[in-house]
Ligand binder design. Structure first.
Ligand SMILES: Nc1ncnc2c1ncn2[C@@H]1O[C@H](COP(=O)(O)OP(=O)(O)OP(=O)(O)O)[C@@H](O)[C@H]1O
Length: 320
């Protein structure tokens, strides 16, 4: 491994900006991706994730700003393929090649010893499928082949664009173990996704963008803590409680009978104290654990329904 001891380790993005057709798709983006952990790069469709990853890899030029890996732009390293490995989508593979043939040409181009090809095929469980053409592989198998290709040169930094697409739950568990192992050796791992629940299972740290702008850059646990709790209440006559909460400006969703309601962002203990004070009898009180999806929807919600649809559709179909 080439990991240096300088503080320049990992990925560093500063003021990165890119426009297409007059539209800023990446807007003054700055963040660091630290070694030793798995970082998730999240955002709704069209947020600018792929464009950012391409700029980090030196495949697209920024209009302004810089993207560095281990302290300098990737193309300026003597051996860029040893520094970073990337998977940018199964659609970039030649369908007529076999699985092994795909790894073969990358090994040749990067001067990687052939023994590593068999090792990687084994790692992604494609040894038996090695002679099958890429066009005959399932999407999940092609994703795994792409991950094998990204790891082939044993790079310090791994950049994966939407690697979760097409993976079944077992595949996602497999990828989590693999990426956690890779990160635990001091490597830097950055993966993009709009599949929130899956990212929650894999990432230690998340960077969230929307419309090319940085929305959040935090450990996953911190994001979870900040996201709003929803407290569910049940009772035969909740009206005094709900009227009081609405008057204080809380968001209350109640059914028509007023026997069941959900209050967003409030501490359940506060509900309990209010019920005692107002003489309201509860038959049920439960706090829903916030998850990354709640946090993500809250952070990326522009108040525009269009966004909510683009976000919820992939989540619902992700594991179908
Ligand atoms: N080469 C290009 N030419 C013109 N517009 C582009 C180009 N590449 C990306 N865009 C536009 O830039 C915006 C951001 O696209 P990008 O693919 O970076 O987003 P994303 O977050 O990766 O989206 P998704 O999750 O859908 O893959 C989109 O509006 C897209 O249409």
């Amino acid at each position: 491994m080439n990991v240096s001891s300088s503080s320049d380790e990992g990925i560093s993005v500063r003021g990165l900006t890119k426009s297409y057709g007059g539209l800023r798709v990446v807007d003054d983006l700055s963040f660091d991706v630290e070694p030793g952990q798995v970082t998730g790069f999240l955002g709704p469709n069209g947020a600018g994730k792929s464009t950012t990853l391409q700029m980090i890899l030196g495949l697209t030029s920024p209009d302004s700003g810089t993207a560095a890996i281990h302290g300098r732009p990737l193309p300026e390293h003597a051996e860029p393929a040893r520094i970073a490995g990337a998977f940018l989508g199964a659609e970039h593979m030649l369908p007529g090649l076999t699985a092994r043939g795909h790894l073969d040409w990358i090994a040749t181009a990067t001067g990687t010893e052939p023994a590593r090809i068999d090792e990687m095929l084994e790692l992604v469980d494609l040894t038996r499928a090695r002679s099958r053409r890429i066009s005959q592989l399932s999407l999940g198998m092609r994703q795994r082949l792409g991950i094998a290709a990204a790891l082939l040169t044993d790079p310090d930094v791994l950049i994966l664009d939407e690697p979760l697409n097409g993976l079944d739950p077992a595949g996602i568990t497999w990828l989590r173990t693999l990426l956690t192992d890779v990160a635990s050796t001091g490597r830097t791992v950055l993966l993009s996704s709009h599949l929130l629940r899956e990212m929650e299972l894999i990432a230690h740290h998340v960077i969230i963008i929307r419309d090319g702008l940085l929305i959040a850059d935090r450990p996953l646990d911190a994001l979870r803590r900040e996201s709003s709790t929803r407290v569910q209440v049940q009772g035969t006559d909740l009206a005094p409680l709900l009227d009081h909460l609405r008057a204080e400006g809380w968001t209350v969703d109640a059914d028509e009978m007023g026997a069941h309601a959900a209050i967003t962002g409030i501490d359940p203990g506060e509900i309990f104290r209010l019920c005692v004070r107002l003489g309201v009898e509860l038959t049920g009180l439960a706090a829903e654990e916030p998850d990354l999806e709640d946090a993500f929807l809250g952070l990326t919600d522009t108040g525009d329904d269009r966004h909510r649809h683009t976000l919820t559709h992939p989540i619902e179909t992700a594991t179908a």
